[in-house]
Design a protein around this ligand. Structure first.
Ligand SMILES: Cc1cc2nc3c(=O)[nH]c(=O)nc-3n(C[C@H](O)[C@H](O)[C@H](O)COP(=O)(O)OP(=O)(O)OC[C@H]3O[C@@H](n4cnc5c(N)ncnc54)[C@H](O)[C@@H]3O)c2cc1C
Length: 328
């Protein structure tokens, strides 16, 4: 935790927030980033890591996860404070600046750029009584480091890009990987599905998770065939529920910001109704708004440049001028 008053705090580590971190660093501003998920990338990493994106200016085609890697490299060439797995819960004005409250503490900042997208993502969970009791005891909602599953028997539940991707990456390290999918085919990218079918992953089509069992740590998963209801007990060490994430604007809706539906109203400088608080990307709305990554990049550059003017009203030179640039 840091009590340092930074120039800019970016809330949300999706593509727009990452580009905002870069822009702030480029302007020589000190910057802090909060992301509620334990990974960066927003919708691109959480919802469609393997999908190709064709509409980024100057890039013919790029996988979503590769675009995020590239944005991370660009953003972190400057000295940014990054907090993963920390949702910003409150924003309070205190003596000319703001204090952001998270589960771990209070973080002062002079300006705020909200790039919270559709809101904080929480894992989608099936309706299984008592499932949450296994969190921290073998139940996971994402695979951050496949090596953590080395030589383990892993059951992955889901049929989208994340489920297929994670099953494939675990197949290289785990002793056994079983993928349970409630349908007879996958929604994931065709190339990934092809690789999955060629891999050592054991696929259980038309199956769903019924319950988890074990003592201190889970040791069994009970799955069932949704056509016949017949149950099978599988010995496992770890279970990854890869059913996607549900976005929720959550606490941001309670910060006295002007809302239109679930979006924050901004002007052409990307200012919200609160002084020094800007918004960009999917979370921001104005007449004619288009929700696209490239649009968000432009918006966050505008937001950070105007945050610079807010912090340096005496400095009349156009922002983006190379003399502002200061590498860490
Ligand atoms: C299936 C699909 C395909 C798409 N394909 C394309 C495409 O081809 N081209 C294109 O341009 N666009 C595409 N889009 C849209 C694109 O993904 C969005 O426009 C983009 O993700 C917006 O980026 P963002 O950074 O504003 O928000 P997000 O990507 O939603 O990221 C916001 C982040 O903020 C975090 N957050 C929210 N609230 C808080 C809080 N209080 N504290 C901390 N963190 C918080 C969230 O956890 C999230 O990680 C697609 C969208 C989908 C769903």
């Amino acid at each position: 935790m840091s009590n340092r008053v930074v120039d800019v705090t970016v809330i949300g580590g999706g593509p727009v927030g990452l580009y905002g971190v870069y822009t702030a660093g480029f302007q020589g501003l000190s910057v802090r980033l909060f992301e509620s998920l334990p990974q960066l990338g927003g919708q691109l990493t959480a919802l469609y890591p393997e999908k190709y994106i064709y509409d980024i200016a100057g890039i013919e085609a790029i996988k979503a996860k590769d675009l995020i890697e590239s944005l991370k490299g660009q953003a972190f060439q400057y000295d940014a404070e990054v907090y993963l797995g920390e949702q910003v819960l409150d924003l309070v004005a205190v003596g000319g600046h703001y204090v952001l409250k998270t589960g771990s503490g209070e973080y002062p900042t002079k300006t705020v750029v909200i790039s919270g997208g559709l809101g904080a993502f929480t894992p989608r969970t099936p309706d299984i009584v008592g499932l949450e009791e296994w969190e921290g005891r073998g139940l996971h909602y994402m695979v951050q480091d496949p090596l953590r599953f080395k030589d383990k028997r892993v059951l992955v539940v889901g049929g989208g890009d994340s489920a297929v991707d994670w099953a494939l990456s675990l197949a290289d390290v785990a002793s056994e990987v079983i993928l349970v999918h409630r349908r007879g085919s996958f929604r994931a990218a065709a190339d990934s599905v092809f690789r999955l079918e060629e891999s050592l992953v054991s696929i259980k089509y038309y199956h769903e998770l019924s319950r988890l069992e074990g003592e201190k740590h889970l040791s069994r998963a009970v799955i069932y065939d949704n056509r016949t209801q017949e149950e099978t007990v599988v010995s496992v060490d770890e279970v990854v529920m890869a059913l996607g994430f549900v976005p929720n604007l959550g606490p941001i809706a309670n910060w006295d910001l002007t809302l239109e539906g679930k979006s924050l109203v901004v002007n052409s400088e990307m200012r919200t109704n609160l002084p020094g608080v800007f918004a960009a990307g999917d979370v921001a709305v104005y007449p004619g708004k288009v929700k696209l990554i490239t649009v968000g990049f432009g918006e966050v550059a505008t937001a950070v440049h105007n945050a610079y003017h807010y912090l340096h009203p005496e400095d009349r030179k156009p922002v983006g001028h190379s003399s502002n640039r200061q590498r860490a």
